[in-house]
Ligand binder design. Structure first.
Ligand code: S3P
Length: 198
């Protein structure tokens, strides 16, 4: 697997040497803001690479027996953040080829960043605030974006989180102008995989 070289050759932003020789079997960890396409990309990559998909929001919902909105409303954001960290601690113990899609706020907690890096090659799906706003207009499943001035909230949160995303990422992919399939193709090529099930 030649993640690092591809990133240099392609002009994509490559943020470190860590990806070369990692002991993670080519695992991919998708991070990025809400609405950046992590979940849909995770499904595509999982299908095409024949890797197991671990979507942390879905795993938390299944474990808690509640939606994310219900967890935020009934237990508060901090309780959700604790659940995220506890889940990451379990996931790093798992073996096998995996795609991880994690919640938009996961890299913000400092303790989560080394866990994410340990899981695999971290790909940051970077978006502009306006893209997220357009994609999530009318969405009711993201508690942090309900209420007045969602675009302002997206801008503020994105700015606050950028350094955490950058610190965690091995590779940064600007996805505003890409469809999920194009972004998945790019990640597949970075992983040295050119077609379905190869
Ligand atoms: C959050 C993102 C959500 C979910 C929760 C909090 C965040 O996941 O974990 O609503 O803090 O950005 P997605 O990024 O999959 O929407």
């Amino acid at each position: 697997m030649a993640w690092g070289r591809f990133a240099f050759d392609s002009g994509l932003e490559y943020t470190g040497e860590r990806t070369m020789g990692k002991e993670t079997c080519g695992n991919v960890v998708l991070i990025g803001f809400m609405g950046s396409g992590k979940s849909s990309m995770g499904i595509r990559l999982s299908y095409r690479m024949r890797y197991v998909l671990e979507d942390t929001d879905k795993l938390i919902e299944a474990g808690a027996g509640k939606t994310i909105s219900e967890i935020f409303a009934q237990e508060g954001e901090e309780a959700f953040r604790v659940m995220e960290t506890e889940l990451l601690e379990k996931l790093v113990e798992k073996r096998g080829q995996r795609i991880y899609s994690v919640g938009g706020g996961t890299p913000v907690r400092a303790v989560n960043r080394p866990l994410l890096k340990k899981l695999g090659t971290v790909v940051y799906l970077r978006t502009r605030p306006e893209t997220v706003y357009e994609r999530l207009r009318g969405d009711t499943t993201r508690p942090l974006l309900q209420g007045e001035d969602p675009l302002g909230k997206i801008r503020r949160l994105m700015e606050e989180r950028e350094s955490a995303y950058m610190e965690t990422a091995d590779i940064v992919l600007d996805v505003d102008e890409m469809t999920a399939d194009q972004a998945a193709d790019t990640i597949m090529r970075m992983a040295g995989r050119t077609g379905d099930g190869e």
